[in-house]
Design a protein around this ligand. Structure first.
Ligand code: IPE
Ligand code: IPE
Ligand code: MG
Length: 243
């Protein structure tokens, strides 16, 4: 007999605490329709909003989205501009998109953005810092290696200023110097569009993440697809090196 279990029937212990999303396949979605790639990004942004809402509805505590990588600067200028414009617009309208109880954190090096955008990002982080229902992490100009290098630099400065004893450097200490300081590791990492790689996303934080791949392109990703991923996750045996 087939059981029709949904995520709403699941025990909290079966649910991932932190889900990461590599929002991939926007370009292919547009190409399939004979449209310029930026239309795929526009559609992908709508999916992002839908998935944020759904994660909140089902009680996920932490969600991370890969929006723009440190490697994506290799793309044509007009495509980069289209993505950054969508991001800018999202920040401007963010209050309409998310409820007041969502904490927003940006992952990545903000220093490349213009003053206006950077200040808006910082203000949103500051204004939402006490909200606890859900934490939304958005990775822009983010690369896992870049994040680790920036953390190493901070640690080195502390050492240079005689503020650090080398024996206090451990995983916990180092984790606190990453952009995700205080955020639990990724439990479930979802990559649509058929690619089976990390592409430099949360490499430290996903050391023990369960991967879920699907051929669905990000603009077509839906709450139903997310349910499938979570149900699959709930059946995995996570051992963390134990038996
Ligand atoms: C992901 O979609 C969005 C970003 C990388 C910003 P892509 O633009 O990579 O879409 P594909 O992989 O070319 O289909
Ligand atoms: C990863 O997708 C980056 C984001 C989703 C922001 P890419 O499309 O850039 O990754 P690769 O090039 O296929 O590895
Ligand atoms: Mg891609």
């Amino acid at each position: 007999m087939a059981y029709n279990i949904t995520v709403k029937d699941m025990l909290p212990s079966q649910m991932p605490v932190h889900i990461g999303f590599i929002m991939d396949g926007n370009g292919r979605w547009a190409k399939k329709r004979g449209l310029p790639r930026k239309f795929g990004h526009r559609e992908g942004a709508k999916t992002f909003e839908k998935i944020v809402d759904y994660c909140k509805e089902i009680g996920i505590k932490y969600i991370s989205f890969y929006a723009f990588s440190t490697e994506n600067w290799k793309r044509p200028k007009d495509e980069i501009e289209a993505i950054i414009d969508l991001f800018r617009k999202y920040i401007d309208d963010v209050r309409e998109h998310i409820d007041k109880d969502v904490k927003v954190i940006f992952l990545g090096d903000k220093s490349v953005f213009d003053d206006v955008l950077r200040k808006k990002m910082l203000k949103l982080e500051e204004d939402s810092k006490d909200f606890t229902t859900m934490t939304l992490l958005i990775a822009v100009n983010y690369g896992g290696r870049d994040e680790i290098i920036r953390a190493v630099r901070n640690v080195a400065i502390q050492y240079k200023n005689n503020q650090l004893d080398i024996s206090s450097i451990n995983e916990d200490f180092f984790g606190k110097h990453l952009d995700t300081s205080g955020i639990p590791d990724v439990d479930l990492l979802i990559r649509p569009s058929g690619e089976m790689r990390l592409s430099n996303f949360l490499i430290w934080q996903s050391a023990y993440a369960e991967f879920y791949y699907t051929n669905v392109l990000w603009p077509d990703f839906s709450p139903k697809e997310l349910d499938k991923a979570i149900l699959d996750y709930s059946k995995r045996g996570r051992r963390f090196g134990g038996v």
